[in-house]
Design a protein around this ligand. Structure first.
Ligand code: UT7
Length: 328
């Protein structure tokens, strides 16, 4: 019988430090009113000293394992969707594997920016469905505030730090679990969001690298236009492939980048407000952490009930985009 990958439990982690729009007013020429009107964000979380992506990931992973009542030794796989790993290598997933004591698990990172969780969930699901692994930990985590230019008002208002983790297990197919995934990419748009320094193009050892950007760069309007199309395309495609329509969706959990982008996707799909989960006002854009953090909060608010059809959708640097359909 076909195996399904089923989410057993979710964990999360955000730093304690809160950075409000009013704090940002003191750093750049902006206003609480502008930020709320253009993005829907009121505050975001920011890592303190020693708080790295693996630190947040380990906290989220431990919470997920505790809720799943699973020992770390039972995990066969640790996948972390991140573009802000602690180091270029080793992978952050190896740090998480060691940090939680997943002594029987393989570990690797998936680099798909804000779609990192969607991509990671897809890979782990396929490995469960083909029988290679039984239990997987899938983390989405980013700490972009480490890479912000705090004088650039077009980016510093948007991003925050956060992580979410799910324990995923193979079960006999009973019509619940990760039902379908769509993954898309267009590398010709790679110049629209990037972080140049530190890779093999601009290694820190090369004097030529002085010209490379050391902080996040984003062409806001281009990314905005791409995001609106990408969200619509991924959602329509996944529903179409599943033979479903937007009215079958019980909860829409989109990447939390900008409330206007979320609203326009919901409008295109004809989804009413109560079917759309939003927490961008509290955390800003936490990149790979965004969707699992939203799933975590949705579950804790009682908005995710067994049998519900959940549609996630994300987009980000790459350019990449994609969606998951999950029967809760
Ligand atoms: O996960 C993927 C990552 N990224 C995204 O999803 C971001 C996608 N893009 C966006 O969310 C929006 O493009 C932004 C929120 C970044 C910008 O909003 P916008 O409505 O596209 O503004 P804009 O870039 O067209 O700028 C409008 C004006 C400009 O002034 P002028 O040229 O009209 O005088 C900007 O200089 O707003 C100005 N502006 C600001 N003003 C106050 C830009 N940033 C700020 C700011 N405070 N923080």
């Amino acid at each position: 019988m076909k195996k399904r990958a089923v989410i057993q439990a979710i964990g999360h982690s955000v730093p304690d430090k809160v950075l409000t729009n009013h704090d940002l007013e003191k750093l750049v020429d902006t206003s609480d009113e502008w930020i709320i009107q253009r993005t829907g964000i009121s505050e975001r979380r920011m890592c303190g000293p020693g708080e790295t992506t693996s630190v947040l990931s380990i906290r989220a992973a431990k919470e997920a394992l505790a809720h799943a009542k699973m020992s770390p030794a039972e995990l066969d796989l640790v996948v972390v969707g991140t573009v802000t790993g602690d180091m270029l290598f080793p992978s952050t997933s190896c740090l998480v594997q060691a940090g939680i004591g997943a002594v029987n698990a393989g570990a690797f990172d998936v680099g798909a920016a804000c779609a990192g969780f969607i991509y990671s969930l897809s890979v782990a699901t396929a490995m469960i469905e083909n029988g290679q692994v039984k239990n997987a930990l899938v983390v989405g985590a980013d700490t972009l505030t480490h890479f912000i230019d705090w004088t650039d008002r077009s980016t510093c208002i948007l991003f925050g730090d956060g992580a979410g983790a799910v324990v995923l297990s193979g079960e006999e197919d009973q019509g619940r679990g990760i039902m379908r995934t769509v993954l898309l990419a267009d590398g010709t748009g790679s110049q629209y969001i990037d972080l140049e320094i530190g890779g093999s193009r601009y290694p820190t050892t090369n004097p030529e690298s002085a010209k490379a950007r050391k902080c996040i760069y984003m062409a806001g309007s281009e990314v905005y236009r791409f995001a609106v199309n990408a969200m619509g395309e991924a959602c329509c495609r996944i529903l179409d492939e599943a033979g479903l329509s937007p009215k079958d969706v019980d909860l829409f959990v989109p990447h939390q980048a900008n409330l206007r982008i979320i609203d326009s996707a919901a409008k295109r799909l004809g989804l009413s407000e109560e079917k759309v989960f939003v927490n961008v006002h509290k955390y800003g854009n936490t990149s790979g952490g965004s969707i699992p953090l939203a799933l975590y909060e949705a579950e804790h608010e009682g908005r995710l009930q067994p049998g519900m059809l959940v549609m996630t959708v994300g987009f980000g640097a790459g350019l990449v985009w994609g969606a998951n359909l999950i029967r809760w």
